[in-house]
Design a protein around this ligand. Structure first.
Ligand SMILES: CC(C)(COP(=O)(O)OP(=O)(O)OC[C@H]1O[C@@H](n2cnc3c(N)ncnc32)[C@H](O)[C@@H]1OP(=O)(O)O)[C@@H](O)C(=O)NCCC(=O)NCCS
Length: 318
């Protein structure tokens, strides 16, 4: 069968086998970003369109952002990739993502995209960060072959926001919705925020201060932030962003001296209501598999596990 000489959705499903020698990796034009999102979502069914297109919707969140596509001689999109240093990431850490359409895997397309991305590293990159879904053993093997090592296994879960309880704080506890993350007692909030980060990701260098939390959100996202105060003192925080009707929770923490009193459930319940008010229908979160405390809280709030991801990194030579 002759390859379909069409650039676009139909073209991507061409049964033609690309000759690896004819694969070219070129910058992804803006006009093909939605097709790139289609390809990623078709290949990775656990991924939302918001996640797949995050770097297109939020270029201001990255330094040195580069998006590429692999095309055959007809211009048919075979795979896509991007690299970029997110402002909230530890210094020197840049994302690298390679996704190849299922029907074109195993023919050198992934390798060509990876090579092109290595030639477009953001300035100052010392480490690359990537992820593979835990039901993708071949992708995990290939990432390992490229030099990535697993840093953690994160469990992704989701809550339907249609039927939500109203949180009832005990005496002395107040809940505050602060989407702009501007606080009259910013120093106290930041002290609590930093002390709360006893999570495994913080030990790997992913530490959030208020500035980094603010840098998480693009112009297309609606930030959601809820802080609990105990007798006026900041005690717990949850922060996320709404886009595509989905609240993505970025960070949740309770100050160590305020643990064991149910504060996290309260701030999350309040955040769910705030997210629904601005159009979210679901909330998604990811937790390191051994982070039993937050996983138990999420389960009791009704979150349902839907996938798992190996978060990986690679130290670059020299
Ligand atoms: C991972 C993925 C990008 C690979 O794409 P692909 O086009 O099938 O890959 P290629 O055929 O070019 O092979 C890539 C490399 O893996 C090697 N490889 C192939 N199968 C392998 C296996 N089972 N174990 C180890 N290495 C393997 C190839 O020899 C090649 O090595 P090289 O880059 O040193 O030349 C693709 O499977 C995919 O899109 N997966 C989902 C997204 C994902 O998880 N991406 C990985 C994180 S960035």
């Amino acid at each position: 069968m002759e390859p379909v000489d069409v650039v676009g959705f139909e073209g991507r499903w061409s049964p033609a086998t690309p000759d690896p020698d004819e694969v070219r990796v070129v910058p992804l034009p803006q006009s093909r970003q939605q097709e790139a999102v289609d390809l990623v979502c078709a290949r990775l069914p656990h991924t939302t369109r918001g996640e797949a297109g995050w770097h297109f919707d939020a270029p201001e969140v990255f330094d040195g952002l580069a998006s590429v596509e692999a095309v055959d001689r007809h211009g048919v999109m075979l795979g896509v990739g991007f690299t970029g240093h997110p402002h909230f990431a530890p210094e020197g850490r840049s994302f690298q993502r390679v996704v190849v359409a299922g029907e074109h895997e195993g023919r050198g397309v992934g390798r060509a995209i990876r090579q092109a991305l290595l030639e477009r590293l953001p300035a100052g990159t010392t480490d690359l960060v990537t992820g593979t879904f835990d039901d993708e053993p071949r992708s995990l093997e290939i990432a390992g072959h490229w030099g990535f090592v697993v840093e953690e296994h994160a469990i992704e879960s989701e809550l339907d926001l249609s039927d939500l309880p109203t949180p009832v704080p005990p005496p002395g506890v107040t809940l505050h919705v602060v989407p702009d993350l501007v606080f009259h007692d910013a120093e106290d909030v930041e002290r609590m925020l930093l002390a709360s980060q006893t999570n495994p990701e913080a030990a790997q260098g992913w530490l959030f201060d208020l500035g980094k939390l603010r840098a998480l959100f693009s112009d297309n996202e609606i930030p959601v932030c809820v802080v609990a105060r105990v007798d006026g003192v900041p005690a717990a925080i949850t922060v996320g962003g709404v886009s595509d009707a989905t609240l993505m929770i970025a960070y949740s923490g309770v100050g160590p001296e305020h643990r064991g009193r149910g504060l996290m459930s309260l701030v999350k319940q309040r955040a769910h209501l705030a997210a629904r008010d601005v159009g979210a229908t679901v909330s998604r979160t990811a937790n390191e598999e051994h982070n039993h405390g937050i996983r138990r809280i999420n389960a009791s709030l009704g979150y349902v596990v839907h996938s798992g991801v190996y978060r990986m990194s690679q130290r670059l030579e020299g």
